[in-house]
Design a protein around this ligand. Structure first.
Ligand code: BES
Ligand code: ZN
Length: 840
């Protein structure tokens, strides 16, 4: 481990003065840090700052700027308590990091909102600081800007006074640098208060209708109330502001007291939205507000324990939404989003464990991996919760917060607190999951009359078995199985006897809360399919596990096809989610435009037809949640099937409205897709692009992006790609979705892929140095499935393998495409044969 700056110099307080000018795009700053120096040679972080002067107790001192290490080295006259004053300048740039402008239009007028994004290591771009999570201090923020009448400025803390145009904010509590935030511009807001008197607010530009702020306000209030109760620890600040920024790199950011969001993750039109959009916005808000305790009040000591922040927030978002809206059954969404994401990526050899050592800024950014620290990490904590129960969990968390508030913690501090509260050696179990990459497949077999279990690491694609073992919470439905399986093999005894005594088929991982998959032998699987009264989670789990086993080449892919028909009339939304994931995964086995594709389309028609008739193209008031969530799956399948009644119904719906915004949100993506795909003209294209540019409704924007990438005319698709770098049409924050859309379109794949390769340098400058960058590679690897594309991918990315932060991604993605190419090669004949025989 390299040395941290905080070991030599520990700041206690920062006086930060900033003068920000939007016109000249310049920032002038003075930062005065009071702290304790252990040596006379100290350093503080800076990036892109022009440092003019460093003074210690008002005397100039020698300093040197080291840009490679992002620091200023300062020589002090003496050790001990020191006051270091740094005078500097910086540029206001469009990187969506540090202090940056967001661009938007109100009634045709171009406007700017200034905001901040400091996590992971960008506070140093705004002011010199010891930019490490363990260097907690208090902050006194003073900001001046080229202020216009009516403009608002907000920050972590309330404003204390304004003198000579300088806004002074109250001193913060002790906190980490990456959580400092402020914003100013012409904003609208809505305010309320929690039971305990915390002021809650939602802020946005005036491009939005006021009602778009309402849903967020209600959720934020209820979330703070829930967490105060669940954590048994009060929210320590006066206010909790939520701010939607028009330009935002991540999804949302938990700055203490001033949480920032992408507009799409905070604002929604309550009169025309969908249940799943509400669920998404609610989980984003509750995620960030969970961080106000997990992350802000208690912070990981170093980024290697990032999971203490992100895995926890990711679990808590579901736990709290479940309390706020129990009727949503939000844990079902956990099963269709987090669970498959974690199981998929964690099966690729070369993946990182949840707990991972990191040093450089690029390495730190690279571990914000949606599938690992978020999805797998939250799954780990779901596993912990189901082992401990909520009482011990809450008791343990209370201990943890009391012991570490306003300070930092390591993973073991959490296990100690939870262990004390529960009397369980939970740390021991969890080490096997957090420090090892991957997860096991447990095979259940009847061998020589005995029911036997075996655990082994599961791989999709080439994997090196290193004999890893996990302490697996089995959650079996037979008592003969232990609570935890920690050895490779287990013999549960005579199968017939067990079966007779238990009176039901043998099942493992009941509830699907442990991070493993199950491979039942034929006897056991048929027993489950024939006799099991399976609930929706069990059905989804069966489909999910079998799909993974097929991708890992443990079973033949063709065996999945009959399951589609078996489950096709399920009324459970999550079963349909798993079912259509399989159905859509069959598309890679057929070449577009061939007879085999026609067969697949027929299969899609067969499995979706009855459901389309049942649910229809018009959502009805009072529908069950399951029906609302199922409709998009079956409509999209029906469009792929080119079902003529569906094409017609969607087209009629499209023609029945004057404005695209009038289409009901729940069928809007499918209706717009149908137009683009089957009725696409240059006029329609222009209409959609212009609507995309004009609307401030994030939901409509998303649907239009989705639809426009579905045009089939190469000329129109070329026009789309030509807009990729036009930030007036496509904001950099939204570009990845556009790229993915065109790349996934067979008529556009070559165009998008050529663009990526030609414009890589532009992309690196525009979104580089940020976690977004690597995900362009992930997205590409998620789509490619032919040997030619694999080779092109390798040719292009192998020379870039040593780019900081990209090494693991490139290595893994080559494996991902490789294994898909192998799968298609080996299984396409049998898959297509089964498709053909099942449509007859
Ligand atoms: N702390 C992160 C935001 C972040 C991520 C900042 C990476 C810097 C680098 C925030 O709490 C978060 O997790 N945001 C998610 C959305 C969330 C609802 C899962 C994101 O941005 O994707
Ligand atoms: Zn987070």
């Amino acid at each position: 481990m390299s040395k941290r700056l905080v070991e030599d110099f520990t700041p206690n307080n920062y006086q930060i003065y900033l003068d920000i000018n939007r016109q000249s795009k310049m920032i002038k700053g003075v930062t005065t840090i009071t702290g304790h120096a252990n040596t006379t040679e100290i350093a503080v972080n800076q990036k892109f700052l022009q440092v003019d002067r460093v003074q210690v107790s008002d005397q100039d001192v020698p300093f040197s700027v080291d840009d490679d290490n992002e620091i200023i080295k300062i020589t002090l006259p003496a050790t001990g308590e020191v006051v270091v004053k740094i005078t500097y300048q910086a540029k206001l740039t469009d990187t969506m990091m540090g202090i940056y402008p967001s661009y938007y239009e109100v009634n045709g007028e171009s406007k700017e909102l200034i905001g901040t994004q400091f996590e992971t290591t960008a506070a140093r771009q705004a002011f010199p600081c010891v930019d490490e999570p363990a260097a907690k201090a208090t902050f006194d923020l003073a900001i001046k800007f080229d202020e216009q009448p009516g403009e608002t400025i907000i920050a972590n803390m309330p404003e204390e006074r304004c003198e000579d145009g300088v806004h002074y904010f109250k001193r913060t509590v002790k906190m980490s640098t990456y959580l400092i935030a402020f914003a100013f511009g012409d904003m609208q807001k809505k305010l309320t208060e929690t039971k305990s008197g915390v002021k809650i607010g939602v802020f946005a530009t005036k491009a939005h209708q006021a009602k778009e702020l309402d849903f967020a306000l209600e959720i934020a209030k209820r979330a703070i109330e829930f967490y105060e109760d669940f954590y048994q620890t009060p929210y320590p600040l006066e206010h909790s502001w939520q701010l939607a920024l028009p330009d935002f790199s991540a999804g949302a950011m938990e700055n203490w007291g001033l949480v920032t969001y992408r507009e799409a993750y905070l604002l929604l039109d309550p009169d025309n939205t969908t249940l799943d959009n509400k669920q998404l916005v609610a989980t984003v808000i509750t995620h960030e507000l969970a961080h106000q305790w997990f992350g802000d009040l208690v912070t990981m000591n170093w980024w290697d324990d990032l999971w203490l922040n992100e895995s926890f927030a990711n679990m808590m978002e579901y736990l709290s939404v479940d309390a706020i809206h129990p009727e949503w059954k939000i844990w079902e969404m956990f099963q269709t989003s987090e669970v498959p994401m974690a199981l998929q990526r964690d099966a690729t050899d070369g993946v990182q464990p949840v707990h991972v050592n990191v040093e450089s800024p690029a390495e730190i950014d690279s571990i914000f991996d949606g599938a690992i620290v978020y999805a797998k990490g939250s799954r780990m904590l779901v596993m912990v919760r189901s082992l401990l129960g909520d009482d011990a969990l809450r008791k343990g968390l209370k201990k943890y917060f009391t012991a570490h508030q306003y300070g930092n913690a390591k993973g073991d501090d959490l296990w100690d607190a939870l262990g004390e509260a529960s009397g369980m050696q939970i740390g021991e179990i969890m080490h096997s999951w957090l420090n090892q990459p991957g997860y096991p497949v447990v095979s259940a077999n009847v061998i020589d009359g005995h029911l036997k279990l075996h655990q082994q690491q599961f791989f999709i694609g080439q994997g090196q078995d290193q004999g890893r073992l996990w302490k697996i919470p089995l959650n079996a439905n037979y008592d003969a199985a232990p609570q935890i399986m920690d050895q490779a093999d287990l013999d549960l005894g005579d199968y017939q006897e067990l079966r007779a005594n238990n009176g039901q088929p043998f099942r493992l991982n009941v509830g699907n809360n442990s991070h493993f998959i199950v491979k039942y032998d034929e006897t056991l699987l048929n027993d489950i399919l024939d006799h099991g009264e399976l609930d929706n989670i069990a059905q989804l789990q069966l489909l999910q596990d079998l799909r993974l086993l097929a991708e890992g080449r443990e079973i033949s892919y063709a065996t999945l096809v009959p399951l589609l028909q078996w489950f096709s009339n399920s009324h459970f939304a999550i079963v349909n989610a798993a079912l259509y994931q399989i159905a859509n995964s069959l598309k890679k086995f057929v070449i577009p435009g061939t007879a085999l594709e026609d067969n697949l389309r027929q299969l899609f028609d067969q499995i979706s037809k009855q459901q389309v008739t049942r649910l229809g193209w018009q959502p009805e008031a009072g529908e069950s949640n399951d029906d609302q969530l199922t409709r998009p799956y079956v409509l999209s399948a029906s469009l792929y099937a080119k079902n003529s009644a569906s094409l017609k119904a969607a087209h009629e719906l499209f023609n029945s409205v004057d404005k695209l915004a009038e289409l009901p949100a729940s069928v809007r993506p499918a209706v717009l897709q149908n137009e683009a795909e089957n009725y696409g003209t240059p006029e329609l294209f222009d209409r959609m692009i212009s609507a995309y540019q004009k609307t401030a409704d994030p939901g409509l924007k998303k649907d239009l992006c989705f639809a426009v990438t579905k045009f089939t005319d190469p000329e129109l698709l070329t026009k789309v790609v030509n807009e990729f770098e036009n930030t007036k049409v496509i904001k950099p924050q939204d570009l990845r979705a556009w790229y993915r859309g065109v790349l996934a379109n067979p008529a556009g794949q070559q165009l998008a892929w050529d663009w990526l390769r030609n414009e890589w340098d532009w992309l690196e400058v525009t979104v580089g140095g940020d976690m977004e960058f690597a995900t362009y590679i992930t997205v590409t690897a998620g789509i490619f499935h032919t040997i030619d594309r694999l080779n092109e991918f390798k040719d292009f990315f192998t020379p870039k393998i040593n780019t900081p932060g990209l090494t693991r991604e490139i290595n893994m993605d080559i494996r991902v495409i490789n294994s898909r190419v192998d799968l298609v090669d080996n299984e396409k004949d049998s898959v297509n044969k089964v498709i053909e025989s099942s449509i007859r």
